[in-house]
Design a binder for this molecule. Structure first.
Ligand code: ATP
Ligand code: MG
Length: 173
């Protein structure tokens, strides 16, 4: 599979949810060799990139909502080394304080409103078909679980006041 192609699809999926909820969506710029392919499960990579990009888009939207500046793009870099494939997703959404880092990999931890409260007019069946940008609090723990399944890892470095660096590093081993 081509990681660049999967990253592009996942980013577009995330952007369309962002567009629906905020009325706008930051750009996602993807860098890397479009012809590079390697053996991996496309749906796994799609889920991880989708979750990380959704988080980045939300952070950037929330930070620039009252600003007249153009929101800075989310950047994805696909690095194809001889041994390791690494994907870095970074944003300028302000990051979080270091003290908050232990919480973000906890299931059900979210700083967004719970979509179940938000859409209390919908019943559970309808809710299953509504995708939201954030609010369930399992995007990060599930993504890390997926990454680790094939011997990879998900690492997150926060630069409070600037943004987040999210590494799928290595993607597999
Ligand atoms: N790139 C980011 N910038 C700033 N904060 C972030 C970023 N990514 C995650 N967070 C914080 O970590 C929390 C947990 O993220 P996680 O993806 O697990 O859940 P969620 O986005 O709230 O809900 P969902 O399960 O729907 O993705 C978020 O609510 C947010 O506060
Ligand atoms: Mg999320």
């Amino acid at each position: 599979m081509s990681p660049l192609e999967v990253a592009r699809d996942a980013s577009e999926d995330a952007r369309s949810i962002c567009l629906r909820e905020y009325g706008s969506a930051p750009k996602v710029n993807i860098y890397g060799d479009p012809n590079f392919t390697f053996p991996y499960v496309p749906t796994h990579l799609h889920l991880m990139v989708f979750e990380l990009v959704k988080n980045s888009l939300r952070a950037v939207e929330e930070r620039f909502v009252d600003s007249d500046k153009v929101p800075p793009p989310v950047r994805i870099i696909v690095a194809d080394g001889l041994e390791d494939v690494t994907i870095k997703i970074s944003d300028e959404g302000g990051g979080i304080p270091r003290s908050g880092l232990p919480k973000i990999f906890t299931y059900l931890y979210s700083t967004a409103r719970n979509p179940l409260d938000e859409h209390s007019d919908l019943d559970t069946i309808d809710l299953a078909t509504v995708s939201t940008l954030a609010g369930y609090g399992y995007g990060l723990p599930i993504s890390r679980l997926y990454a680790r399944y094939f011997g990879g890892d998900l690492q997150i470095i926060s630069m409070e006041g600037y943004g987040m660096l999210q590494y799928l590093s290595p993607l597999f081993s």
